[in-house]
Each structure stands twice: as C-alpha cells, then as structure tokens.
Write a protein that binds this ligand. Structure first.
Ligand SMILES: Nc1ncnc2c1ncn2[C@@H]1O[C@H](COP(=O)(O)OP(=O)(O)OP(=O)(O)O)[C@@H](O)[C@H]1O
Ligand SMILES: [Mg+2]
Length: 348
C-alpha cells in the first residue's frame, strides 16, 4: 500500500500474501501498457502478478475515465473485468459488453437483504425499519419478491396500521424502480468476461445499492470458491461508492481490503482524492494522478507519497497540463514517473 513519506517500514504490496496463498498465474507475466514516459518516451507498463488496487484521480476532463478504460481493456485479456459505469461514459471508452440497468440486470431481493432499508433511507431502529428487517429475516435463505414482503408486512401483528401502510407504500414504489427480480435469477454473468455495467438510468441510492450488493456477492463467491482467473472491479466516480468517512462496513472498502487473497483487484477513479475513503486509498498499490488544482486534493495526494519518491508532489503536478498526462506511482515496482496515457496501439 502507498505509504506516507517518512513511514519507516519498507513498502511491500504483497506483504499480506505468501506465495502459495496468492492466486498464481504460473510463469506467465501479465502486464498492461499504460502509456509512455513523458521524459524518455519509453513505454510504461503496469504488471499484475497479484490482484492489485489502483487509484486514478484528476480534475474534470483530464482523462480519468479514458485511463480506466485503457487499463480495463488490457486487463480483460487475462482477467475477468466488471466496470461500474455511473455516468454512462465508460461504455463509450471501454470495449466490454454493455449491461444496462435496470433493463439487463435484476437483483434477487435475497441478495440485497437488509440493504433495502438503506435504499428506503430507513433507520434500523425506526418502526418501519424494524418491521422491514423482521419481514426480510423471515424469508432468509429463500427467494422472495417485493410482493412476498408486502404480504408479510400486512400480516404483521406487532406494528401499527400507520407503520404498515407507510412501509407498504415504500415497497410499492420500489416496484417501479424495476431493479428487483420477480423470479429466481442469477447475477454471476456479470463476473465473467468483460462487462460494463451502465447505472446511469438509476437514481443515486440505487446505484449504490446495486454496486454494494455486487461487491458483497463477489467477495462472498470468491471466498467460497477461488477461481483460476482473477477479477477486477473497475469503478468510475468512486466517491459515490466509497466516500470519505465510510465505515469498515462499506462494501467497496471491504472488497478492497479483503478481496486480493481470493483473487479480486479493484481500480477506482475519482475527481477528488479528498472525497474518497482513507480505508480504500490506503490499500492502493498504484496511483495515476492526472492534473489536480484544488489545494485539499493535492494535500490528500501528498499524504499518499511513498517513501521511494523524491521531490514534492505539488511541483510534479505543475509539470503536467494536458488530458492523459499524469503522475504515475507503482509501489510494487517502486517506480515513479510522469507519463502520458495511451492505448496499446496508439503508436506515434
Ligand atoms: N490519454 C488521452 N489521450 C488523448 N485524449 C485523452 C486522453 N485521456 C482523455 N482524453 C480526452 O479528454 C477528454 C476527457 O477525458 P475523460 O472523459 O476521460 O476525462 P475525465 O477525467 O474522466 O472527466 P470527468 O471528470 O468529466 O469524468 C475526452 O475527450 C478524452 O477523449
Ligand atoms: Mg470521467
């Protein structure tokens, strides 16, 4: 993980992994050409011998989504890749199969569980929250629909009619979201091959609900059964899913912390490093920062400066100006450069 300047322990991204534990690819070396060195024009590569956590930042329009797509496209040749496309932009850059929510994706409520309270903005201690949690708990382990929950709520003997009516209204409105499945359905297809999940038609809370549910399902599945192919979750606009001040319970933070061992890497992009959870940033083992100008963002980035990097982040930041140009830090290789991000076949 990227360490603060002055931290005494020498960096090792694989410090938590013994060779046997890491999902191994044998002799073959998997790498991504990220672009060219601005000073020497030589090609710059990112190697993926183990699942990695990466962070891309930069102010509006400086190339974060494009950079994510350069990485995702190449990763897809040797890993499964799922891109979370919040704004419907990544599907333009990245060459995976586009899945459009809610049309092409329905979540079984059993996978969502008590996170439904979050989507309704209900506290666990409110009368409606208690009633909903009770209903959901009774169905635990089986498939159920919103109608099943509505029927169960109507029959509840411990809640007032007002509470029941209010909750049923919420459940009825959730039917219009179109995101929950009416019959047992699989979502595993998202974790195979190269998929770009377009969430742009969903409102904010539902994007979070879907993304966090996918994080939980993916982690649980890979914990249960290791696969011989790693998977990368690529998340644009990551501040929406792992915002600053997220708790350890945040599903994306958990995935970044616990996913490497069962073969899950995470690559995030955000305009503002200061808006992202420290819990995720501290896991990053590579960083690409396109141009940033806000003092608080440069300060957040400085906090991630690794011990091997010489010079001041703010000074390097002033040397990059065009979209695609950025500061590149690879903690595994202990590599630091200024780069211009390019597609593999973008030869001048
Ligand atoms: N490496 C690059 N080389 C050339 N052009 C680039 C590069 N990266 C981005 N661009 C161009 O810059 C523009 C903005 O790129 P992009 O959408 O990736 O920015 P962004 O940082 O994700 O912006 P936003 O903050 O709005 O999400 C696009 O027109 C894109 O084609
Ligand atoms: Mg973008």
């Amino acid at each position: 993980m990227l360490k603060k300047r002055g931290a005494d322990a020498p960096f090792s991204s694989s410090e938590n992994f013994s060779e046997k534990e890491v999902v191994s690819f044998g002799e073959k070396e998997y790498k991504v050409q990220i672009g060219i060195d601005l000073a020497s024009s030589e090609k710059v590569f990112l190697r993926f011998p183990i699942p990695r956590i990466g962070f891309i930042c930069g102010k509006r329009g400086m190339g974060k989504s494009f950079t994510l797509s350069v990485i995702a496209d190449q990763l897809s040749s040797f890993s499964d890749v799922l891109v979370i496309d919040t704004m419907g932009v990544m599907k333009v850059y990245a060459h995976g199969d586009v899945i459009k929510a809610p049309h092409d994706l329905k979540l079984p409520l059993s996978l969502v569980g008590e996170s439904l309270l979050f989507a309704f903005d209900l506290s666990q201690n409110s009368p409606q929250g208690i009633l909903l949690a009770r209903a959901i708990n009774e169905f635990k382990g089986s498939f159920y629909t919103l109608d099943d929950i509505i029927d169960r709520v109507e029959l509840d003997a411990h809640s007032s009619d007002t509470t029941k009516r209010a909750l049923i209204n919420r459940l009825l409105s959730a039917k219009d979201w179109g995101i929950f499945s009416d019959y047992p359905s699989e979502i595993d297809f998202l974790f195979e091959g190269y998929k770009v999940l377009d969430l742009s038609l969903l409102r904010y809370e539902l994007r979070q609900l879907v993304t966090w549910t996918l994080c939980d399902v993916l982690l649980a599945e890979r914990m249960r059964e290791k696969k011989d192919r790693n998977i990368y979750l690529v998340v644009d606009e990551a501040q929406d899913y792992a915002p600053a001040r997220s708790t350890e319970k945040n599903s994306l933070v958990r995935l970044a912390k616990e996913g490497r061992l069962p073969g899950i890497g995470v690559i995030l992009a955000s305009q503002q490093p200061s808006a992202i959870s420290d819990g995720v940033l501290s896991q990053a083992d590579f960083l690409i920062s396109h141009r940033l100008t806000l003092v608080e963002d440069i300060r957040s980035l400085k906090a991630l400066t690794p011990t091997f990097m010489k010079g001041d982040m703010g000074v390097y930041m002033r040397k990059i100006s065009n979209p695609g140009e950025g500061i590149f830090i690879d903690d595994i290789e202990e590599d630091f450069r200024l780069i211009s991000v390019r597609r593999w076949n973008d030869e001048k």
